[in-house]
Design a binder for this molecule. Structure first.
Ligand code: ARG
Length: 433
């Protein structure tokens, strides 16, 4: 590649992925001026406005006020849950053991929808509001390049070099309304989670301030009473709550509300970004955490120990691919195939106890469970023949036991050799006196 950055000085039309926030609002004006372009905007509804769906109308209005030719709001909630969140649950997707990929899995979906709009409107470039330092730029760009290699990608935040203060000046010059709340933190939200960065959060040695959380109640002030929930899975997918069938989006919303009430899903993470930076991230992921915990428990119950240990490696690889923006990599398809086969038998019910920030599995049941009480019980009725131990353990430990003894023999011989050397030196000393 001989050129980094935009290939042209002028674009007839640009599609901007628009959140309605300060960065992307400034971008509308900036792109209009810099590239003499007609700007189209697109906002994906993946459940980010839990409390207030009318926000999407506000965003649309704002876009038109800033001179956008056409604005698209597309409701992608169902697709998001079925095609992105459920696979994450099946893969027990927790990046570095803690982050359930809530932002990461939304990105390929948004990129694919943007491409559809760009093609429909014959737009040659897509712009987005990612910096050059994060993972989201990778997720958007790799997906766009894979699906539509001819569409150009513009990343104004890399080009314009404006700090937040300059953006605010720029915004007031162009009459772009600036919202006061949430200015401190950089926030990303969707049905599966909320992430916060910047400001005090950039100091890992300081506890995240209470105002960096927005969804969950403070665990110590959450209800004093325990709440039990039961989640019903079919083939690894959650389909019911407390003995009621429930559709995918509502299920996530319901678990979100219950989890928030009990202060569940606050995560404070030192994260390794794909580009190599370490960053402090704060998440609120109540539904994600409840579902992954429950799924993992049920899966473990129905799989053999060999399946379980191999699945953990596959899950980790899947999670890293998705985190690092490589949703389109054929390796993911292969891993998905394995994950789906494993999940064929992940059917059953998991009961969880929620209390002051914790969500713990208390019981599980499944027609595919591999547990056999007749074998496992400590009662005399057990059908397990304990005498097998006499034959099993010597064979099981055979190589380890031999290895241990060889290691010790060598150590002893080396010790003796050393003693011999010392003796010779001592002898030489006496002789030379
Ligand atoms: N670190 C997370 C990820 O890479 C979240 C990034 C979200 N962005 C934000 N502006 N808060 O998936």
């Amino acid at each position: 590649m001989n050129q980094l950055g935009p290939k042209k000085d002028v674009y007839d039309k640009i599609l901007l992925m628009y959140s309605g926030g300060l960065d992307t609002s400034c971008m509308i004006k900036w792109l209009q001026e810099k590239y003499k372009s007609k700007i189209y905007t697109f906002t994906a509804d993946i459940g980010q406005e839990f409390a207030d769906p009318s926000r999407f109308e506000e965003i649309e209005e704002k876009a038109y006020d800033l001179g956008v030719i056409k604005h698209y709001t597309v409701d992608l909630k169902e697709e998001f849950v079925k095609e992105y969140i459920f696979p994450t649950i099946k893969a027990n997707g927790l990046y570095q053991g803690v982050y359930p990929l809530s932002t990461a899995v939304g990105r390929p979906l948004i990129a694919i929808e943007a491409i559809k709009i760009a093609k429909r409107e014959k737009i040659e470039a897509i712009a987005h509001g990612c910096t050059g330092k994060g993972n989201d730029q990778i997720r958007f760009n790799v997906t766009i390049r894979a699906y539509a290699p001819n569409i150009e990608i513009l990343q104004p935040l890399i080009e314009w070099n404006m700090g937040r203060d300059e953006e605010i000046k720029y915004a007031s010059f162009y009459g772009i309304p600036i919202k006061k709340q949430n200015q401190k933190y950089s926030i990303d939200e969707n049905l599966f989670g909320r992430s916060a960065e910047c400001d005090t959060l950039e100091h890992p040695e300081i506890e995240p301030p209470e105002d960096s959380y927005d969804w969950t109640s403070t665990p110590e002030y959450s209800p004093d009473t325990v709440e039990y929930i039961q989640i019903h899975f079919e083939k690894g997918v959650p389909v019911g709550l407390n003995n009621e069938k429930i559709n995918s989006v509502d299920l996530i919303r319901k678990l979100h509300n219950i989890g928030c009430k009990h202060g569940i899903g606050r995560i404070n993470h030192m994260e390794d970004r794909a580009i190599g930076l370490k960053s402090r991230e704060v998440y609120e992921v109540p539904a994600a955490l409840i579902l992954i915990k429950a799924h993992k428990d049920l899966e473990k119950y129905v799989c053999t120990k060999h399946e379980n240990s191999f699945k953990a490696m596959v899950d980790q690889r899947w999670t890293e691919l998705v985190y690092e923006g490589l949703w389109v990599d054929p390796l993911k398809d292969a891993l998905d195939a394995f994950i789906n086969i494993m999940n064929e038998k992940v059917t059953g019910k998991v009961k969880m106890k929620l209390y002051k920030g914790s969500a713990n599995v208390v019981s599980r049941e499944s027609p595919y469970g591999l547990y056999d009480i007749n074998l496992a019980t400590y009662d005399t009725s057990s059908t397990f023949n304990q005498k097998f131990s006499y034959g099993f353990i010597p064979l099981w430990g055979l190589q380890s036991q031999i290895g241990f003894q060889v290691k010790n023999t060598i150590k002893k011989l080396e010790g003796e050799k050393l003693n011999k050397k010392i003796e010779i030196i001592e002898y030489e000393k006496i002789r030379n006196q």
